[in-house]
Design a protein around this ligand. Structure first.
Ligand SMILES: Cc1cc2nc3c(=O)[nH]c(=O)nc-3n(C[C@H](O)[C@H](O)[C@H](O)COP(=O)(O)OP(=O)(O)OC[C@H]3O[C@@H](n4cnc5c(N)ncnc54)[C@H](O)[C@@H]3O)c2cc1C
Length: 423
């Protein structure tokens, strides 16, 4: 079948907006366009069968069975038609051509646009060893449904990768009564996000809950045993399990936009307005795929977080509706593991002095990292109430007195309002 939507800039300044990727950022951008008064067509094209939904429950409540697919939906199904947002489901886009102002679909359709938004996220990075396809991955609802079904009958789970998703699944499976082994190649867990002290605390919590974490593990192959169970061969011996998951990061889906530059992170390089370089303002990139200058970090960054998807979607919608808006994001993410809510503000870059506020790892404690006297980031352990003050300290970059920062009796709000002399 051949369908063509033609660009029509007369409908409004932004004209027909085609959104490629109907995930969190894409769905939010469509809704924000309507909220901000965009009158033209909004066409959302997604490879998945589902309407846009939020992914964080996939490794938490949905996997545990306490949240349904409906709970994760960005909006009830009927709202999308009410908002006049067209959804082409189960369709893969093969190219976004800024010069021709058209997207090309795998089924041969071409759809024209005045502006396009690339919100294609990423796919789970494959484990490059023989037999790895016997492991499950986790990126979308179909993956989570398959994992949930298999977990129900499993007694032993092996997780390859001690990052956020691997550890969340480990914690969930542990709560479901499964014996879990996590195999991590690096020297510590969540090393990309957490300073060593926080990694050590978290690994200790997992060990106390019965999750076995092995670090510095080299995997040579995965052997499927025919009955669904597997043996993971490692440099330190075999690990047998009923079920295996690989969770070693994502590969951004960055190859679609013709003439675009892929940045150092593997994402689409954009300016501060999320406009993809080399597309003359016709194509935007948002969410996990976008490598965008980050004013807080002082460099371009690709953030794989729920809030970044929200912030960039809103900024681009505002720009397309006539209010040029930069995506100003202080990096922030959360993870829920073993009954703990862990939030990370800023981006750990492997440097800086760390200091604990409160007893290390105790509920309400915060691990800060500083450069000089400036707070660059923090890990909040069951301390969500402090988030906005911590964000304020990181975003402002004003100097603080480290002794006051470490003292729970001194309110963070007060430190934010009365910074110390420059250090
Ligand atoms: C299991 C899991 C747990 C998470 N937990 C947290 C958390 O606790 N806290 C947090 O801050 N963040 C969390 N995240 C991250 C957060 O969900 C992502 O940052 C967010 O989903 C990014 O939105 P996105 O729209 O960029 O990508 P996605 O939501 O992945 O959407 C991308 C969409 O594009 C589609 N697509 C890709 N290529 C094409 C193509 N060529 N044609 C058509 N469609 C295409 C995909 O099928 C997908 O539907 C989690 C992510 C996962 C997977």
């Amino acid at each position: 079948m051949s369908e063509t939507v033609t660009p029509s800039a007369t409908e409004g300044e932004a004209g027909t907006v085609v959104i490629v990727g109907a995930g969190h950022a894409g769905g939010r951008a469509a809704l924000q366009l309507r909220r901000r008064g965009h009158a033209g067509r909004v066409v959302m094209i997604g490879a998945e069968a589902e309407l846009p939904y939020e992914r964080p429950p996939l490794s938490k409540g949905y996997l545990k069975g306490t949240e349904s697919a409906g709970d994760m939906a960005l909006r009830p199904a009927e709202d999308w038609a009410t908002e006049r947002i067209e959804h082409i489901a189960g369709a893969t886009v093969t190219a976004i051509d800024p010069a021709a102002r058209a997207v090309e679909l795998a089924d041969g359709r071409r759809i024209g646009f005045d502006h396009a938004i690339c919100a294609t996220g990423g796919r789970a990075r494959a484990l490059p060893v023989p037999g790895a396809d016997a492991l499950l991955g986790l990126r979308d609802l179909a993956d989570a449904a398959a994992l949930r079904a298999r977990l129900a009958g499993a007694r032993r789970l092996v997780v390859v990768g001690g990052g956020v998703i691997g550890l969340e699944v480990a914690a969930t499976a542990c709560a479901l009564g499964c014996a879990v082994t996590v195999l991590e190649a690096g020297p510590r867990v969540m090393a990309r996000i957490l300073p060593p002290e926080a990694s050590d605390w978290l690994a200790g919590r997992h060990a106390a809950a019965g999750v076995e974490i092995r670090t510095g593990v080299h995997i040579s192959q995965v052997v499927p045993l025919g009955d669904g169970s597997i043996v993971v061969e490692t440099g330190a011996g075999p690990v047998a399990a009923d079920l295996g998951l690989y969770a070693i990061g994502i590969v951004p889906e960055a190859g679609l936009v013709r003439g675009a530059r892929v940045g150092a992170s593997g994402g689409l390089a954009t300016d501060a307005f999320c406009r993809v370089e080399g597309t003359e303002g016709r194509v935007f990139a948002i969410g996990d795929i976008a490598e965008t200058p980050n004013p807080v970090l002082g460099r371009p960054a690709r953030l794989e977080t729920w809030r970044n998807a929200e912030t960039q979607a809103a900024a681009v919608a505002a720009t397309l509706c006539g209010t040029p808006t930069q995506a100003q994001e202080t990096p922030w993410m959360w993870t829920d593991q073993l009954g703990h809510n862990i939030q990370v503000v800023g981006a750990w870059e492997g440097r800086g002095e760390t200091l604990w506020r409160g007893a290390p790892g105790a509920p309400g404690s915060v691990l800060f990292w500083l450069e000089g006297a400036r707070v660059r980031g923090a890990v909040l352990i069951d301390a969500g109430r402090e988030k906005r003050f911590v964000e304020g300290l990181v975003a402002a970059g004003t100097p603080v007195d480290p002794a006051a920062l470490a003292d729970p009796a001194q309110r963070l709000k007060a430190l934010l309002q009365a910074p110390a002399a420059a250090g």
